[in-house]
Design a protein around this ligand. Structure first.
Ligand code: NDP
Length: 237
């Protein structure tokens, strides 16, 4: 399907995992795609070679760097903010610096990137932020800070959809449950606990998440905005 053939897309955090699958899908759908990486230069280079996408290094915790990169891109039809980290641990033991870093990357990053991109975005543009079902449900200890960052995504999506609706720019989040990536391998130590909360007891593959993103940035989703799209095997049900 070449549904995005005349579209220009930027994926923040595209070198690995869900972000890499999104880059693969957007390029396959015909979008002229650029993606950022933080520290995985080799993986980014390999993905760029495989897909024909462009890659640039930018730390999503660095507001000025990302802001400048977005300004340099010019008008974007599609922005996907995927970069995110998950540091789990009991709130009494978690390093406060790790909590602040999560807030920087998972909350401040997507908010400022979405606003910066919207400044130049043409009418009908699309903004998608990768949240998590943990924004709705945190069924085990140790996830307070991570869950907080993903709940914050929900609020920003609702509000930004209102701000940009007059330009037909849509703003949505995709909320995965467990997905098989370096962050949450399907054979990792938390596997059985996670699957116990699910109706369909398996990790999703990154491509399944990319399919939902492709729908939201594609021509059929022009009226879909301000919403959280959960894809979690029933984790949050
Ligand atoms: P991975 O750890 O596998 O990949 C994370 C990606 O984000 C990498 O490409 C990484 O790039 C990039 N990234 C992280 N920090 C930065 C940074 N400071 N600057 C630029 N890029 C950065 O994670 P996933 O693919 O699993 O997760 C992607 C998103 O999906 C996250 O927002 C996560 O919270 C969310 N999610 C994941 C779930 C899961 O089960 N896997 C479930 C629910 C939500 P690099 O290596 O180059 O730094």
């Amino acid at each position: 399907m070449v549904t995005l053939s005349d579209k220009k897309a930027l994926v923040l955090g595209g070198s690995r995992g869900i972000g890499a699958a999104i880059v693969e899908r957007l390029t396959a759908d015909g979008a002229k795609t650029t993606f950022t990486y933080g520290s995985s230069a080799e993986a980014a280079e390999a993905l760029a070679n495989k897909t024909g996408a462009q890659t640039l290094q930018a730390d999503s915790a660095d507001r000025n760097a990302v802001s400048q990169l977005i300004a340099d891109q010019g008008p974007l039809d599609v922005l996907v903010v995927n970069a995110g980290i998950g540091v789990l641990g009991h709130s009494l033991e978690l390093d406060p610096d790790d909590v602040d870093k999560m807030i920087d990357i998972n909350v401040r990053g997507p908010y400022h990137a979405a606003v910066d991109a919207a400044r130049q975005m043409p009418d009908g543009g699309r903004i998608v932020i990768i949240g998590s079902v943990n924004g709705d449900r945190m069924p085990f200890p140790g996830g307070a800070a991570y869950g907080m960052t993903k709940s914050a995504v929900q609020g920003m999506v609702r509000g930004l959809a209102r701000d940009f609706g007059d330009r037909n720019i849509t703003v949505n989040s995709v909320q995965p449950g467990p997905v098989n990536t370096d962050l949450n391998p399907e054979d990792g130590p938390m596997k059985d606990t996670m699957h116990s909360f699910m109706a369909i007891k398996r990790h999703a593959q990154p491509e399944e998440i990319a399919g939902m993103v492709a729908y939201l940035v594609g021509p059929e989703a022009a009226i879909v905005t301000g919403a959280q799209h959960t894809i979690d095997g029933g984790f949050g049900a």
